[in-house]
Design a protein around this ligand. Structure first.
Ligand code: FES
Length: 120
């Protein structure tokens, strides 16, 4: 399978702690919606697809975090995911993990790579 080219999703410092930003990746000719979250100063990115029902998690555009910023929340049935690992710790898909989007930094650019699909 051919690796799709990495995509610039933000510049360094753009996504501030406690905030998120959505972006689109092309994967095998399909558009896949993803998001990056700054949790505790670290950047993590995932496909915007709940592991319960395969649907987007932000009912309100680009609102992924609980009010206290502690968890990524699926608005549909309230599943809560750890921002650092993507693991669901509460809700119907408990124990499953969001599909991670690897990130790298090149100069002042944050680049997203092809998502890793979880097998759980
Ligand atoms: S679709 Fe996300 S918890 Fe049900």
């Amino acid at each position: 399978m051919v690796q799709d080219a990495p995509v610039e999703v933000a510049h360094v410092g753009e996504v501030e702690p406690g905030t998120t930003k959505k972006f689109i990746l092309q994967v095998d000719g399909r558009e896949v919606e993803c998001f990056v979250v700054n949790y505790g100063g670290g950047l993590f990115a995932y496909v915007n697809r709940c592991r319960h029902v395969p649907m987007t998690m932000d009912w309100i555009e680009n609102q992924f975090l609980t009010e206290d910023g502690r968890y990524i929340l699926c608005a549909t049935h309230g599943a809560a995911y750890e921002p650092e690992s993507g693991e669901c710790i509460f809700g119907p898909p408990c124990g499953k993990v969001l599909d991670r989007v690897p990130l790298t930094i090149a100069g002042d650019r944050v680049l997203a790579h092809r998502p890793l699909e979880d097998e759980t």
